[in-house]
Design a binder for this molecule. Structure first.
Ligand SMILES: NC(=O)c1ccc[n+]([C@@H]2O[C@H](COP(=O)([O-])OP(=O)(O)OC[C@H]3O[C@@H](n4cnc5c(N)ncnc54)[C@H](OP(=O)(O)O)[C@@H]3O)[C@@H](O)[C@H]2O)c1
Length: 225
């Protein structure tokens, strides 16, 4: 049975990853932050692990849960957009800057050394959900500067992970999910979560060693950094 750990599995895209991997009979571990979400994940047939990606101590518990274990796949999905309407014309407050950078960058930096050894045991894959908004080449306005900067930073972090863990057989890459109807994407978004996730699952399934350090759209197209 193949195994997947989804970091940020409580709702939106993370929960849809849980549903689709369970439908495919994968052993599915999902992280969340409340007892209600534990129950939701259990009802989907997943094992719930408590993790707040802003808290380094939380990753110490994850390390204990993964000790000696091998994983075929980890998806770092947790993310925060920050205040609606943020624009480069207006300086952010420290609290919202920290919230975005912690969830999108600090959490990934915490997850990598904890999870990569479990993936190395089975020559697994480490996929990170980024955004096309973090593609510097695609930036064409002054909106959402913190979110864009955080996803560009995440992309740089994953490039580092690809260099370090790729030679140990762990294929590390980032994926843009499309604009998806979730709490973050809103009701006017282009895609249903089921479409985005089945697209990203195909990207993951076909990722071989040549995918290490690459930036994919949910439909498999390569995106520029
Ligand atoms: N939806 C889109 O159109 C879109 C587009 C591009 C990229 N993305 C990216 O896709 C990913 C998933 O987004 P979504 O649309 O599903 O957003 P969402 O519905 O807002 O869900 C965000 C997820 O991240 C988790 N999370 C946030 N902060 C966390 C923390 N400190 N510790 C642990 N988990 C935390 C949330 O858990 P809680 O329930 O505990 O808060 C939730 O599971 C994000 O990385 C996002 O940037 C989304």
């Amino acid at each position: 049975m193949q195994s997947v750990l989804i970091i940020g599995a409580s709702r939106g895209l993370g929960l849809e990853f849980v549903r689709q991997y369970r439908q495919d009979s994968w052993l599915t571990l999902g992280t969340c932050r409340s007892p209600e979400q534990d129950a939701l994940l259990a009802a989907e047939g997943a094992t719930a692990l408590r993790l707040d990606v802003n808290e380094a101590e939380s990753f110490a518990s994850l390390a204990r849960a993964l000790d000696g274990r091998s994983l075929d796949l980890c998806i770092y999905n947790a993310g925060v957009f920050g205040p609606e309407g943020a624009h480069v014309r207006t300086a952010p407050d420290r609290e919202s800057f920290d919230a975005v950078m912690h969830a999108n960058v600090f959490g990934a930096l915490q997850a990598i050394p904890v999870v990569a050894p479990a993936l190395a045991k089975s020559k697994g894959k480490f996929a990170f959900v980024t955004s096309r908004m973090g593609s510097i080449e695609h930036i064409a306005s002054g909106n959402a500067p913190m979110y864009r900067a955080s996803k560009a930073a995440l992309n740089a972090v994953v490039k580092c992970a690809a260099n370090e863990y790729g030679p140990h057989g762990v294929t590390c890459f980032v994926m843009h999910p499309g604009w998806v109807k979730t709490d973050m994407g809103g009701a006017n978004a282009d895609l249903e979560p089921s479409v985005s996730i089945s697209g990203m699952r195909k990207v993951i399934a076909s990722a071989d060693a040549s995918a290490n350090g690459k930036f994919f759209n949910y439909d498999g197209a390569l995106l520029p950094w």
